[in-house]
Each structure stands twice: as C-alpha cells, then as structure tokens.
Design a protein around this ligand. Structure first.
Ligand code: SF4
Length: 266
C-alpha cells in the first residue's frame, strides 16, 4: 500500500456523514466548481498555500495508504455493532470518503477500500458523481452506501454553472441503481441556482424513477467564508431560501416522487 492520497482533513466523531459515528476523510480535488461550494480548499488537486488571520498555512497533504489506514483505524471502536446502552449510538459507524470529489482518487484509494472492506468496516462515499465510469465501478466493489448529490438537471446550465457533463452524471446514477447499490440522494437547495420551479420538477422526476428512496434536502448556511478569504477568493453572497420553501419542497418530494424526504440544515 504505497499509494499516496491528497487529503485536507480527517474528521473524527462525525454524526452527519452516514450511519453511526463516522471518521470522515476529506479528499482534495473536485470535478465540479459549484459557486456555492462550502469547501473551496478541497477543489484544486494540489496543495495550496493560504493566509488566515495573518497566519500562513497549507491546504492539502499527501498521506500514504498505510498511514491513512492507521489513522482511520484509531476509531475502530466506533465501527463495531454496539449494544444499546453500551454506546451513544447503537448503529455501527464507519469511514466516509468525502471531499472535494473522493472518487477522483479511486484508483489510489483502492487498496484502502479493500483493506477496510476485508476488516468489515462500513464505508460511505459522498459524491457529486461527475466522474469517469471506471472510477465509479471500482468504488462500487467496496463501498456500502453512496450519498449522491443532485444539483442542476439542465444540461446547458449544468455545464455553464457547475462545469459538469450532465450525461456522464446521469449514466453514473443509472449504473449505481443497476448494480443495486444503496443510495441516499442529497439535494442542495441554493437560491438562484438550484431552486427554480423547473429544476425542482426535474429533480422530483429523477428521484421518482428510483423511489422509495431517502432524500436529504440541504439548506446551506455555512459557505466557508473564511476559507474563501484565506485563499484570496471572494465568497458568493447567496440568497438563502426560507424554511417554508424547504417544507413545500419536501412535501412535493414525498407526494410526487414517493421519496422519504427530510430537510437538513448545514
Ligand atoms: S461537488 Fe461539492 S466539493 Fe465539488 S465544487 Fe460542488 S459543492 Fe464543492
């Protein structure tokens, strides 16, 4: 396992990145450029210097698979099934691969995926799914649960706003379901970008094809302002949607798509 992975952070005791208590690894490099991205330090596939409150630092470091394995296995006690009362959370936790887009490094992560699977550790991936089919195929061999974003479903706008190829995304969604992989959809609801009536209808229509399925409607507040500023970038001033809007969207998702929808605030 002498491959090296480019990461920005290993977050322990995560409660929102999958079942149970998770250890989340943030991989650096993303295939999209969502204007609302809350993790601007995870976009470029290289380390980047920054200055925060006058203090310089670097986002991103290479870590060997062996070292990363040792790091995530420090939390092994959370990856085992616990009896009620023995733990704060009865569900076994596991490792979540996040980013950026973790599947961009799927080839390098493969030995780790395999070692964790062999050790019986549950693995999730948080993915935008704008990746080459072979990278997804590789991950499907090892990953237990996929959190898949649904953002903009108009081909031209997807290319213009996100810099992504919607056909590739849709083909990957199909591939995941054809392989019967467990999926939770995540829908960021961003004023002026993903909240139009047209886009909501398209999202509902897509989800309907795969329902009943769990859907998290994400209301984003934290835009990582300080991280944008530390990189010398200007954070976007977003128009935040209202709680009522989110409730209406959730109801439509349940009624029209047959989804198990919840609203999540970040
Ligand atoms: S896919 Fe996620 S990490 Fe990548 S740019 Fe969009 S919001 Fe940011």
């Amino acid at each position: 396992m002498d491959e090296h992975i480019l990461i920005t952070n290993i977050q322990r005791f995560s409660l929102h990145d999958g079942p149970g208590i998770r250890t989340t690894v943030f991989c650096k490099g993303c295939s999209l450029r969502c204007p609302w991205c809350a993790n601007p330090e995870n976009l470029e596939p290289r380390s980047e210097d920054y200055v925060k409150d006058g203090v310089p630092g670097t986002y991103g470091r290479y870590i060997s698979c062996e070292e990363l394995l040792q790091e995530v296995m420090k939390d092994e006690m959370f990856y085992r099934q616990c009896d009620q009362g023995e733990s704060l959370d009865a569900l076994p936790g596991g490792v979540t691969w996040s980013g950026g887009e973790p599947l961009l490094q799927a080839d390098r992560l493969k030995p780790l995926f395999r070692r964790l699977k062999d050790a019986g550790v549950h693995q999730c991936v948080e993915t935008c799914l704008f990746v080459r089919a072979d990278k997804l195929e590789l991950a499907m061999e090892y990953i237990d649960l996929f959190y898949v974003d649904i953002k903009i479903l108009d081909e031209a706008r997807c290319r213009e706003v996100l810099r992504g190829d919607l056909r590739r995304y849709l083909a990957n969604v199909e591939a995941l379901f054809a392989a019967k992989k467990p999926v939770v959809f995540r829908v960021p609801v961003i004023g002026g970008f993903t909240d139009s009536g047209e886009n909501r209808q398209a999202v509902i229509a897509l989800i309907k094809q795969y329902s009943p399925i769990k859907v998290e409607l994400i209301m984003e507040h934290n835009l990582g302002r300080s991280k944008y500023l530390s990189l010398g970038k200007t954070p976007l001033d977003l128009h935040t949607v209202t709680d009522e809007f989110m409730e209406q969207y959730k109801k439509a998702m349940i009624k029209s798509a047959g989804a198990i929808a919840v609203v999540c605030k970040i």
